[in-house]
Design a protein around this ligand. Structure first.
Ligand SMILES: N[C@@H](CCC(=O)N[C@@H](CS)C(=O)NCC(=O)O)C(=O)O
Length: 185
């Protein structure tokens, strides 16, 4: 979001599970020892979705990015954001991440991993026709917070080799997949 908005920023590389998220200094910023954290002046914000939404509203560039101003269009955008952040990310991909790759922290749970993979596919594919129909962006004809959240999940799914329909796979390629990531199935 910082790049999309062309903002100048200072990046501090803090590695997860390296101990860097558990220093006294970092724990003052986020007592849950999680990255990312945004510091904007004296304002400190955690939770990636909240961070990108805050940036999009604080540094609004109407010519670049959709930031809904009325309740209905904001609700339509939020519907996408909450769906992606809760159902696709936290409820599916992050369950897989926790129990496949981070078993030493969260424990092995192969059945949960399998169920989470299926849950991702079912939910993403249910929305695939709407995602494809939306055109280049999910809401209107400009990029929004929802597109950044969706692309994060689709890139992650492709990297994790979760089977995607041609529709979703094409969306993941067409809507700005960063170069250098492995090709999907
Ligand atoms: N819901 C949070 C999740 C953040 C999160 O889980 N971050 C991981 C890295 S992707 C982390 O900081 N792990 C370090 C730790 O648990 O100590 C968000 O979207 O910001």
């Amino acid at each position: 979001m910082l790049l999309e908005l062309g903002l100048e920023y200072e990046f501090h590389a803090i590695g997860s599970r390296t101990g860097e998220t558990k220093t006294d200094e970092f724990m003052l910023l986020n007592p849950r020892h999680k990255i990312p954290v945004l510091q904007h002046g004296s304002f400190v914000l955690t939770e990636s979705a909240a961070i990108i939404q805050y940036l999009s509203e604080t540094f609004t560039r109407p010519e670049l990015m959709a930031v809904p101003r009325n309740a209905e269009s904001r609700a339509a955008l939020n519907e996408w954001c909450y769906f992606i952040a809760t159902e696709l990310d936290a409820g599916s991909l992050y369950v897989m991440r926790r129990h496949l790759g981070l078993e030493h922290v969260y424990g092995a749970a192969p059945k949960a991993v399998e169920a989470a993979r299926n849950y991702f596919m079912e939910n993403a594919e249910a929305m695939a026709p709407r995602i494809a129909k939306s055109g280049r962006y999910l809401v209107g004809d400009q990029i929004s917070v929802a597109d950044i959240l969706l692309m994060t999940c689709l890139d992650w799914a492709v990297t994790d080799r979760i089977p995607l329909s041609n529709t979703l796979h094409d969306v993941s390629l067409a809507r700005g997949r960063p170069a250098g990531l492995p090709e999907g199935p």
